[in-house]
Write a protein of this length. Structure first.
Length: 219
């Protein structure tokens, strides 16, 4: 093995149609809200598929008297409007059980064939959350069989990646932050804004002229 390669520092994402794969409602904003907003600014069509229903995101039962998955979908819809997402789709797999979904890779492959995206953003198989890992693994399998190959980029949420590309998201930081703020049901449990801003600020180590950076690993 040779020495590690320094990531490519980019000011704009590649152009083309985009498919974002999110394990839960909020992962699209946390992991790659900046790149989504920048794709929207340059006129690229963005589709987001949320794999699970998010039903396990209320362990203390604060929202037991409402349709909690519907609430998660409403939060995601508001975030999508802020980031400029064109199509938001919910597949409704049970939250916390995505690794048991035997049809996930096949379904993803069919979606790739139907949509023909130029770029895919997905979780890494290094992710610590089982749902994130399962979606990353299924996407990896689907993309391996997809022709012609498209851009494949892993984003960060529960675990970091070894970045191949670092994107300056400072110009759209307020949009990303505002999108995450829509997830009040999750902010009740975790200071996601603090965690996200810390990670995106840390990634400026490779681009000190920026305030916030999203890191990606090419698949």
């Amino acid at each position: 093995m040779g020495p590690p390669k320094f990531p490519q520092i980019i000011a704009e994402p590649p152009r083309g149609s985009v498919l974002v794969l999110a394990p839960h409602p909020d992962d699209e904003s946390l992991g790659c809200g900046g790149v989504i907003a920048l794709h929207h600014r340059q006129g690229d069509r963005v589709t987001v598929v949320v794999a699970t229903d998010g039903a396990a995101g209320d362990p203390m039962g604060y929202y037991r008297d409402c349709d909690y998955p519907a609430l998660r979908r409403e939060e995601a819809g508001r975030a999508a409007s802020i980031l400029g997402i064109d199509t938001l789709e919910f597949w409704g797999y049970p939250d916390g059980q995505l690794a048991e979904a035997t049809d996930l890779a096949v379904r993803l492959q069919a979606r790739l064939v139907a949509d023909r995206p130029d770029i895919v953003y997905r979780p890494s198989t290094l992710e610590l959350h089982a749902d994130h890992w399962a979606l990353g693994l299924a996407a990896q399998e689907a993309l391996r069989q997809y022709r012609p190959p498209c851009g494949d980029f892993c984003y960060e949420v529960w675990a970091t990646v070894q970045p191949t590309h670092c994107l300056n998201i400072t110009p759209v930081w307020d949009l990303k932050r505002n999108a995450v703020e829509q997830y009040a049901s999750q902010l009740r449990y975790n200071d996601l804004l603090h965690m996200m801003s810390g990670l995106n600020a840390y990634r400026t180590l490779v681009a000190p002229w920026a305030r916030y950076v999203e890191a990606f690993q090419a698949g």
